[in-house]
Write a protein that binds this ligand. Structure first.
Ligand SMILES: Nc1nc2c(ncn2[C@@H]2O[C@H](COP(=O)(O)OP(=O)(O)OP(=O)(O)O)[C@@H](O)[C@H]2O)c(=O)[nH]1
Ligand SMILES: [Mg+2]
Ligand SMILES: [Zn+2]
Length: 349
């Protein structure tokens, strides 16, 4: 099989790229206006013409010329994005694309300590927002004190999402992960620094390709991986290693949330008010389910956190909404002040 077909090049992408006078290539990494890309018989470094948008890791492009230049790119079939950080608004787009054309977004979660469920939930929402399938990759299972218990906790926190137990030390789960990619699919690994992303990549590749953190030595707070990079898996498919993300920022879209919380979304359909916020509204099916144990209180708390994160994202992206919200809070504050003054004047009742 053609090397590019093994990582997902199909007739559709070929046809799109054929419109440009060049050959198909897949971007493995980018730096300062240049890309490193895989072609059918190796790797090229190609320049990006001034003014053209820089492709991202995972993009399908056409390259031509000597020295090679990117002459066109295929429409993205989904992309993992995050809102640009504050103060980084000089860029035209409010979103930063982390990886393009990914089929699986793997939330890498070490189980040597209790997993951070709120973080995993955010990751699942982010994965759904990208249009890809989420996958929770539990790592370091060889160090887990109570593996069965931790896996059960993760599965409860990720309704409808596959949770795969892996260890680079024992090799557990690596074949299963490879099998997910063998059909030419691409996975991107997301997770905090030190969770074992690069170690997992090396296990998949059966070679020490990515540098991993030394066991000894003080690497506190330092990221071992500093670039996003796409790597070809020997049995087919590709994996994108990423630098640890300190926090996962959501884009404000409720679709991802509803896909990640199908249980809450289904209950919400039974609420008396169609725009119920499940706070104190009468006839709220979600609150009812929490009260009678049908919905775990912690799961509902996870949902609320996602809603809050989404609402924040919307406010950040929309200055007018931000001003409206500030005004609303200001009004609430003044009303509370007035009520307090009234109370102090007329005594508590
Ligand atoms: N015992 C054990 N240790 C592991 C496993 N996977 C990774 N580690 C160790 O965890 C540490 C961090 O691994 P990395 O692969 O460098 O972590 P990373 O997620 O790539 O980190 P960044 O590149 O900084 O984002 C290393 O010391 C690894 O040896 C595992 O399955 N079992
Ligand atoms: Mg790494
Ligand atoms: Zn409700």
């Amino acid at each position: 099989m053609d090397a590019l077909e093994a990582i997902g090049l199909d007739a559709g992408i070929r046809a799109e790229l054929a419109a440009y006078d060049g050959r198909p290539a897949r971007v493995v990494r980018t730096d300062r206006g240049r890309v490193t890309a895989l072609v059918s018989d190796g790797t090229v470094r190609a320049g990006v013409p001034a003014g053209a948008p820089t492709p991202v890791t995972g993009d399908w492009v056409a390259v031509a010329g000597d020295p090679p230049v990117v002459v066109g790119s295929a429409e993205r079939r989904g992309a993992l994005t995050r809102p640009r950080p504050h103060g980084d608004r000089a860029e035209a787009s409010p979103e930063q694309v982390l990886a393009a054309n990914v089929d699986l977004v793997a939330l890498v979660t070490p189980v040597d300590t209790a997993p951070n469920l709120r973080r995993v939930e955010r990751g699942v929402v982010m994965a759904y927002e990208s249009g890809a399938t989420p996958l929770v990759l539990a790592t370091k299972t060889d160090l887990a004190a109570d593996l069965a218990g931790t896996m059960a906790t993760l599965e409860e926190a990720c309704v409808g999402v596959e949770v795969l137990a892996t260890s680079a030390v024992t090799g557990a789960g690596i074949d299963t992960l490879a099998a997910h990619l063998a059909t030419g699919r691409t996975a991107v690994l997301l997770g905090a620094s030190g969770v074992g992303k690069s170690t997992l990549v090396n296990a998949l590749l059966q070679a020490d390709v990515m540098a991993t953190r030394e066991v000894r030595g003080d690497h506190k707070g330092r990221h071992t991986t500093t670039h996003r990079e796409l790597l070809v898996v020997p049995g087919g498919g590709a994996v994108i290693d990423t630098p640890g993300l300190r926090s996962l920022t959501l884009g404000g879209d409720d679709t991802g949330r509803d896909l990640a919380f199908p249980d809450v979304a289904e209950l919400a359909e039974q609420c008396h008010f169609h725009d119920c916020r499940h706070d104190t509204e009468p006839g709220c099916a979600v609150q009812q389910a929490v009260a009678d144990g049908g919905l775990a209180a912690d799961r509902f708390e996870g949902w609320r956190r996602i809603r809050a994160a989404n609402e924040n994202a919307v406010l950040r992206a929309d200055p007018a909404a931000h001003r409206r919200e500030s005004k609303r809070l200001g009004r609430m504050y003044r009303e509370a002040q007035a009520a307090a003054r009234y109370k102090s004047r007329h005594g508590r009742r």
